[in-house]
Design a protein around this ligand. Structure first.
Ligand code: PAF
Length: 265
């Protein structure tokens, strides 16, 4: 069982590792990978600033019973003249793909390489990166990778902020404002549960709440079909609201299922 991460592990990763340990069972092998993958960061993004906390990461992997940690050097993963990438061409276009061109190409490439290196039966990813999870499902289906993808629910701080390695980069005022992202998502889910189906109305509410958070700059707020990630006009079947918000240089993403798919993706 493989749990790919970029390190700076937090309780969200711990839940992925614990799920991985369960999938592997007493006799299976659980491998955590820690690699801040340069190809998924664009120019001017936070590759250099991305937190690196290997000593603590190693302790967490040990505590959850990982059998091995794979921590490659960038030169070991990418030859200086590497020229082959894996690209998903539909689901990657919108949402984070629009704000971060090339990001999902980097993710698909490194995840494919990890799958080929480890040949896992199961690979575990977080639902906080809903678009990434949908893209990895699509890649596995379309390229016939013999691996089962397991998605794990987002883990949140007590105040609702989705756990993210980037949270530690937030200045105190932004850290205080950031739980408003979760509140805004919960508020529209409440509207949906109360019978509101019109996406334009829900999006106005959502964007309004996010834009009013002190110090926040809205990157995007969208409501889409939870599987195809296509925009929808009415919340009828499986629907997901996804947002990205910047606090200074720190970009946070979050999402909520307004209506869950029959099977989790
Ligand atoms: O979600 C992440 O941490 C990364 O995108 C992943 C899947 C480990 C690939 O670098």
């Amino acid at each position: 069982v493989l749990v790919p991460t970029m390190g700076a592990l937090h309780a969200g990763h711990r839940s992925l590792l614990e799920a991985g340990r369960k999938f592997a069972g007493a006799h299976g092998t659980l491998v955590a990978t820690i690699f801040v993958n340069p190809t998924q960061f664009g120019p001017g993004e936070d590759f250099r600033r991305y937190p690196r906390t290997f000593a603590d990461d190693r302790k967490m992997c040990g505590a959850v019973g990982a059998d091995a940690i794979f921590v490659p050097a960038a030169e070991a993963m990418y030859s200086s003249d590497h020229s082959v990438f894996v690209e998903e061409s539909v689901l990657s276009k919108g949402l984070c793909g629009r704000s971060r061109p090339g990001h999902f190409r980097g993710v698909c490439t490194v995840v494919s390489k990890l799958f080929l290196l480890f040949n896992p039966q199961v690979a575990v990813f977080g639902e906080k990166d809903w678009q990434q999870l949908a893209i990895i499902h699509r890649m596995v289906r379309d390229l016939n990778f013999p691996v089962r993808i397991a998605g794990c629910p987002t883990v949140r701080e007590p105040d609702g902020l989705a756990m993210s390695s980037r949270n530690r980069l937030l200045v105190p005022a932004a850290r205080q404002a950031a739980p408003g992202i979760c509140r805004a998502l919960l508020a529209i889910r409440k509207e949906v549960r109360g019978g509101e189906r019109r996406v334009d109305k829900l999006l106005r509410m959502l964007a309004g709440s996010l834009e009013s958070l002190p110090g926040a700059k809205l990157d995007y707020a969208r409501i889409v079909d939870a599987r195809s990630l296509d925009p929808i006009r009415f919340v009828k079947s499986a629907a997901c609201a996804l947002v990205a918000v910047r606090f200074g240089k720190v970009r946070l993403i979050d999402n909520i299922l307004l209506r869950p798919p029959r099977e989790r993706i």
